[in-house]
Design a binder for this molecule. Sequence first.
Ligand code: ADP
Ligand code: MG
Length: 452
Amino acid sequence: MNPEITSSPDLKASASVTFESLGLRPELLSAITAQGYTMPTPIQTGAIPLVFEGRDLLAGAQTGTGKTAAFALPIVQRLSEKTPKEKRRKPRALVLVPTRELAAQVSEEMNVYARRLALRSTMIYGGVTIQAQIERLHRGVDIVVATPGRLLDHAERRTIDLSRIEVLVLDEADRMLDLGFIDDIRQVAEYLPPRRQTLLFSATYSKEIKQLADQLLNKPQRIEVARSNIAADAVTQAIYEVERSRKREMISFLIRKGGWNQVLVFARTRYGADKLTEELLYDGIKAAAIHSNKSQSIRTRTLAEFKRGDFRVLVATDVAARGLDIERLPHVVNYDLPQVPEDYVHRIGRTGRAGEDGVALSLVSLEEKPLLAAIEKLLTYKIPRQTLEEFPVTAARRSARVQALKKEVVQVKARKKQDKVAQDPARKTAPRRNKVVPERPAPKTGRRGSRS
Ligand code: ADP
Ligand code: MG
C-alpha cells in the first residue's frame, strides 16, 4: 500500500470552508446548525469530500477532532440518495468502534443526521441480551454502529446480513487493536462485500494498523490532521515534579486551590485508581473511579453522574477512559504517567476538545523520568515544568533526599552487621518459649472435633 498523502488541512486554510461548500444537503445543514457547529473542523474538511468521492480513507486524527461528523455526514447523505423502498432494509453502512461508550456517542450523533433523511441507525454491543438487537435488526436498518465482538456474534448467528454493506468505518482503530479486536475485525470483514468503501480512523500508526490498512483498504487516500501538535494548540500542558509519596497530597492541593469542579484523573492501575479515589474522599473531595473491573452499567452510570456534576473527580485507567466523551472537560491530570507514550496523547485529548481550552497536568516522580522522556520524544517538544511553593522539589532537596537515603542504607547495613555479631552466639541458646506467635497454625491432628 502506498497511500497518497494529502496536505494536512490546517485551521487557517479550512477557515474559508463551510459545511455548505462541502456539498451537504440542506436537511443536514440544519441538523449541523442544531448541533451548534458553525465551521467544519480540519478532519471534516479533509474527509467529507473524499467520502463523497467513494475513496478509501486512512485518516490520522486524535480524539476530539470531530471524526464522528467527518464520516457520519457524508455517509448519511450518500445512503439517502438511494434508499430502497422496502421497510425491512439490510444495513448499508457499518461503523466499528472499540467500546460501548463510544458506540453510544457515535450512534447518538449518527441518529441526529440519519433521522433528517429518514434513515434508520442502530447500535450493537455486547454485555446486554441479544434479543432486542435481533428484533431491531429484523425490523430493518440502514446504519449499524457496533463493537466488533457482538457484531461477529450476530454475523455468525445470521441475525445480521452484511452482504449489502457499502461503507465500513473503523473508528479509533488503534484502540480496537489495543483491546484485542483484531481477529474479530478480520472475521467481520469476511462477511462484507469486497467492493465497498472503507474508512479507517486512528490516532496513532503502529505496524499493526498499517497491516490492517493493507488488508482492508483499497488505494486509500491518507489524511493527517494536526498530528501531535493538537496537544500544543488546544491544551495547556504542564509537568509538576514531585516525590511519589507526596503525589496524593499535591493532587488534593491542586484541585482545592484551583477550585476545579470537573477533573479527569488518570491512574495506571485499577488498584491505584481505587486507592486514590478513597484518599480523595478522605480529603473531602468527592470522587469516583471508573475502570474495567467495574460492570458496564456502573461505568455508564458513574460517567453520567460525573457529566452531571454530581462529583468532582473521575479517576480512570486508560482502558476505561477509551471513548469517553466528556464535553468541555477543563482539567485532566496524569496522576501516573502512562506506560505507552501514545496514551499520553489520548489522555490529554480528553480536554480542549474542538476548540475549547483545556489544561492537562502531569505529576511526575523521579522514577517516571524515562516515561516522560519517551512522551516528549513522541511529541517532539518539551512540556513546560511548573513548581508549587508548597511542594519544593529543588535540586538541593533532591540531593538531600538521595544523601539521606544513602545514609539510611549505610546505617541499615551497619545495624545488620551488629545484630549478626550480637545474635549469633545467642541464637543457639535463645529459649524457644520466647516465640509468642507461632508462624503457622499448629497442624491439625486427628479428626475434626476429636479433641473437644
Ligand atoms: P472525535 O471522534 O474525533 O473524538 P467527536 O466527533 O466526538 O471527535 O467530536 C468532539 C467534540 O467536538 C464533540 O463534542 C462534538 O460535538 C464537537 N464537534 C465536532 N465537530 C464540530 C464542529 N465542526 N464545530 C464545533 N464542535 C464540533
Ligand atoms: Mg470519536
